[in-house]
Structures are given as C-alpha cells and as structure tokens.
Design a protein around this ligand. Sequence first.
Ligand code: OAD
Length: 247
Amino acid sequence: MDFSKDFLRKLDSSKSLVFFTGAGISAESGIPTFRGKDGIWNKLRPEELASFNAFMKNPEMVWEWYQYRRKIISETQPNPGHYTIAEFSKHFDNVSVVTQNVDNLHRRAGSENVYELHGNIEVNYCVDCSEPFEDQIDYSNNELIRCRNCNGFIRPGVVWFGEMLPQEVFAKSERIASNCDICFIVGTSAVVYPAASIPISAKQNGAYLVEINTDATEISHFVDYSVMGKSGEVLPAMLEELLKLRD
Ligand code: OAD
C-alpha cells in the first residue's frame, strides 16, 4: 500500500495524534455499521429503538434489542485496526482515541486514552434515579432489570437520539482535538453531531486531517489526506511504512 511521502514526513514529525473513530473500524470485527447498504438504520428505525421515548413506550423491546447487540459484541474481538491504534501509542508522545462506538473494542485492544462520546454498551444505570447498576448481566436473559434503590428500570449507558453527550467527555475530546498535530477520521460517516464537530475543531486549530474509509463521506472534501480502504488493512500498513522511514 502506497502513502504520500508528504503525509509520512508529517506523521514522523508529529507528537500528538487523535483517532476519531466510528462504526466502520469495528466492521471487520463483525459488528454491523449504522448507515450504508447493510447498515442497522436501513432496516430498523432509530427513533423506535434508540431513544428515551422508545424505551419508556416499550422498555421490553428496547432492552431486548440491546441485549441482542451486547451478545453480538461480547462474541467479537478487536481487529488489526483497533490493535494498530493501540500500537501507535508506543511510537508517539500522545495518542488519544475519541470514539462514537459503544463496543469497548478500543480498550480491549489496549488503547488507554479512550473517550467514548456515545457511552458504553456494557454500562447500565437506572432510568429514574441514575444509580449505576454494576452487576454482570446475562445477555441471554431478556427480562427487564429493576433498580435496587428505587425500582426504576435499568437502561443501557449509551447516548440515545435527542440526549446530550456526556459533557465532560465531550469537552475533554474537544480540548485534545484542538491540540493535536494529526486527527485521523476512521470509519465514520461523520454525519452525527455534535460528535462530528471533533475533527472540525481539530482542523480549525491547525491539525492535519487524515481520513481512512472505504468510501467518500461528508467530510472527505475537508480533509488534507484521504486513504480509501479498510481500516484493518490501512492502519497496519501505515504504521509499517512509518517504522521503515524511522529505521
Ligand atoms: P456509520 O454507519 O454512519 O458509518 C460507518 C462508516 O464506516 C461509513 O462511512 C463506511 O463507509 C465506513 N466503513 C465501513 N467499513 C469500513 C472499514 N472496514 N474500514 C473503514 N471504513 C469503513 O457509523 P458512524 O459514523 O459511527 O450514534 O455513526 C455515527 C453514529 O450514528 C453512531 O455512533 C450511532 C449512529 O446512530 C448513536 O447511537 C447516538
């Protein structure tokens, strides 16, 4: 795989990298993306499954869907894309991952500075009193769980449509993106805001933007360098080229 020499030199001289990731980075692990031909939102309506109103209207159905997704995710493994991002931190002073994914695969691959803008599917809390529910959940039992504190329903710790992003995580992500040398935009359609404003903040503060995606996206015209391909193939090849250059 060929990379531009200018880009490799820029990468070599950079100290601080941010990887802004979306569902595409987990596609090669077997987790479906949201948009595109086989995307989840092509077959199912987000407002019926991923909103607070949907949960209050039909908690059994929404809980069952999340139990199904958790089961799929728990049976998957990180792929070379996740592992290579974790590996990058051995070669640069600062490497952070700002992800829209809730699947925990960056942490499982060994990344340390991970900021989850849309929450984490393994986390749960009470819909009424917000008390965390930390017991291990059996993903094959779809029965609703009640809060020990107030008897409210337990919900997944993900951000639903219409809900605010975790403000501290978002503010920290913006700060990191505003101070990085390169922001990689990996496997995301970059259409869901405010998350998609992260690479824009990076660019406005002087960062070089690199997109890695199998297709062109809304943000392609805005980036400095675009690599078309699967993140599980592009990222390992990119790190290999950098290490050759440094040899
Ligand atoms: P999308 O499903 O919108 O976009 C996935 C992107 O990954 C597309 O641009 C694909 O072209 C690309 N892609 C697919 N396979 C790839 C691969 N192997 N390597 C590289 N790129 C690949 O997913 P997101 O952008 O993550 O929000 O979606 C953003 C948010 O919308 C999600 O976090 C979720 C969803 O509704 C909430 O649940 C709040």
